[in-house]
Design a protein. Structure first.
Length: 205
């Protein structure tokens, strides 16, 4: 069933959902509450109007004082944009003007309508969404911000974690993985190995 992103992890913890698939970034805090089976590795990106007229980037404080849309409950909304905004203030620049939206589609619409200067989300998803929007927006240049595994979320200790992880491993270890990635314009840099599906030992924050 469809649900607002910010309700999905609490829904898993309460037993409302058996699993959730929504490009979850794996964090230490989330690992305390739910299980993850990874299938990609990527970071956050900033989508901007075609041609990037404001010359924005997530890595050079050019977003300080700018209006940035984000989906409620995401890693970008809860952690990354607040951290970037704090860095702006520490540098004596205005904080980021964050605009929260219930869905990423709403955030993207705010960008194409000119209500915000950019939107921050998973870089892979934003790239593809820009293509679907007839290239009305594009990913700003620069390295991905805070790259980490992207995963399926399940209730902590769920009996489904092992079979879901095994299914992911089989897909990753087959030609289908490359076919899926090519279809959705996912770069090779985002691919992971079967061994990385359940290995989140490198996650520290």
């Amino acid at each position: 069933m469809a649900a607002n992103f910010d309700t999905t992890l609490p829904g898993l913890s309460s037993g409302k959902y058996d699993l959730s698939i929504s490009a979850y970034g794996v964090t230490a805090e989330r690992l305390e509450k739910v299980d993850f089976a990874s299938y990609l590795a990527g970071g956050s990106g900033l989508a901007v109007a075609a041609g990037n007229p404001e010359e924005l980037s997530l890595t050079d404080q050019s977003v300080c004082g700018k209006k940035v849309a984000v989906q409620m409950g995401t890693l970008q909304a809860l952690t990354q944009l607040p951290d970037l905004s704090a860095e702006c203030e520490e540098a004596g620049k205005p904080e980021i003007d964050v605009h929260m939206y219930p869905t990423q589609s709403d955030a993207n619409l705010a960008l194409t309508a000119g209500r915000v200067d950019g939107t921050c989300a998973d870089s892979i998803s934003l790239t593809y969404q820009g293509l679907l929007a007839n290239n009305e927006f594009e990913l700003a240049p620069g390295p991905e911000y805070d790259p980490q595994p992207t995963a399926i979320a399940l209730p902590k200790g769920s009996a489904l974690t092992a079979p879901v992880a095994e299914a992911a491993k089989q897909v990753i270890d087959s030609p289908v993985y490359d076919q899926i990635n090519a279809k959705w314009h996912i770069p090779d840099s985002a691919k992971i190995s079967p061994e990385e599906v359940l290995d989140h030992s490198a996650i520290t924050d």
